[in-house]
Design a protein around this ligand. Structure first.
Ligand code: MRU
Length: 382
């Protein structure tokens, strides 16, 4: 995707492959800066602190983290330690473990001196495949959007096709394109009159900061709303479809995504609004059936609930008084001193609330039959 006319991916090799470059997402939307990660520990820290985030991007960063570890020490113990260190950074997105296992499966049988190069090649393959999968999701999603837009009554044909999304499942969450946002980009580029309702996505505001940033840079019409506005908009016919990403999809089609996704699905079903989940194969956990019972939900710091982060000074007047690029990112306390916070980062939307899954292989029902129809031969341990 483009930033000021220059195409970017979210992760790339630097220094002849001795380090990886990433966009520092903790500074967006106010500052566009990049970081170099030159060790496995730096890659793990970047995932843990959400310099990089989003299930597919976490996986690719983990894969390159193994490469960095093997460049420093290609021995068995180093490989096992790096695997554990990276895998422990964030527990919910299955893409991380999936990518680590994929690289580990390639390098472990090799002699140590061949491992770093093999890890590099495998991580690059995972990154390229992610781009291809996301673009394919975009094409399948575009076909659905076209059908839904065309099926609206004649008097609504001239109105924008209104899509609501939660969190950030755009190119910043992947290597490029995104999952839930890929169909939106394709629709916009194809000339569909599309408008996006962007849930702010408290507590970390990935919608307000990252999705709004992405859509703005691509020129996609959008409006940021508070998380609680979605149900009201659906009741008043202002949402034609909801589309979100997922950090882990179980074999029966339960989807785990950013906290608040479940409430959007409930509101969508109550109002007859189709609720789509976009995902690449790397997000499916075939070992798990009941997502509510079995998916580990990351509990993050209560400080993300009791305070909010933003740019200071704010507003157009302040922006003209202070060079925007030097304005500070500050944290502001919201709650009384002493009030505790609780911060589950994800929730599970049961398959029964999902209209359909949109994958790189096409659309299917959120069910074991649906997923196995697209991914014949998938085993419980892959
Ligand atoms: O905590 P985050 O920002 O990593 O959460 C990201 C999400 O919830 C995305 O919706 C999900 O990873 C799917 S991304 C393509």
């Amino acid at each position: 995707m483009n930033i000021d006319g220059k195409p970017w991916r979210t992760i790339w090799l630097e220094d002849g492959g001795r380090s990886i470059g990433v966009i520092d997402q903790t500074q967006l939307p106010h500052h566009f800066t990049t970081r170099s990660l030159a060790s496995c520990a730096a890659a793990a820290e970047a995932i843990r602190t959400m310099v990089v985030r989003g299930a597919p991007l976490i996986g690719v960063t983990g894969a390159y983290g193994l490469m960095l570890a093997l460049q420093a020490d290609p021995g068995d113990e180093s490989l096992a330690l790096a695997f554990e260190q990276l895998n422990a950074t964030r527990p919910t997105a299955i893409n991380l473990r999936w990518a680590l296992e994929r690289v580990n499966g390639v390098v472990a049988p090799l002699p140590p001196e061949q491992r770093a190069d093999a890890a590099k090649a495998e991580a690059a393959a995972i990154a390229d495949e992610d781009v291809a999968m996301c673009e394919a999701i975009g094409s399948h999603g575009l076909a659905i959007f076209r059908q839904l837009a065309a099926a609206r009554p004649p008097e609504r044909q001239r109105e924008p096709f209104n899509v609501l999304t939660h969190c950030n499942a755009g190119w910043l969450a992947t290597v490029d394109w995104g999952t839930a946002l890929a169909p939106i980009y394709k629709a916009h580029r194809a000339g569909l009159n599309i408008h996006v309702w962007v849930d702010e996505t408290r507590p970390r505001n990935q919608g307000a900061s990252l999705t709004a940033f992405e859509l703005g840079r691509e020129g996609v019409p959008h409006t940021v709303i508070v998380d609680n506005a979605g149900g009201h908009l659906m009741q008043h016919g202002q949402v034609d479809a909801v589309i979100v990403g997922t950090d882990r999809t179980t074999r029966i089609g339960d989807v785990c995504n950013k906290i608040g996704t479940y409430l959007k699905a409930l509101a969508a079903v109550d109002n007859g609004v189709p609720f789509y989940v976009a995902l690449p194969a790397s997000t499916i956990d075939w070992t798990i059936g009941d997502g509510v019972a079995e998916i580990p939900i990351e509990a993050r710091s209560p400080g993300e609930v009791t305070a909010i982060q933003g740019r200071w000074p704010s507003g157009p007047a302040a922006a003209s008084a202070v060079e925007p690029s030097t304005a500070g990112i500050v944290s502001v306390q919201l709650t009384p001193d002493g009030s505790p916070g609780f911060n589950p980062a994800f929730d599970v939307t049961p398959a029964r609330l999902v209209t359909a899954l949109i994958t790189e292989r096409g659309m299917c029902s959120a069910s074991e039959e649906g997923l196995r129809g697209l991914y014949a031969g998938a085993k419980e341990n892959n």
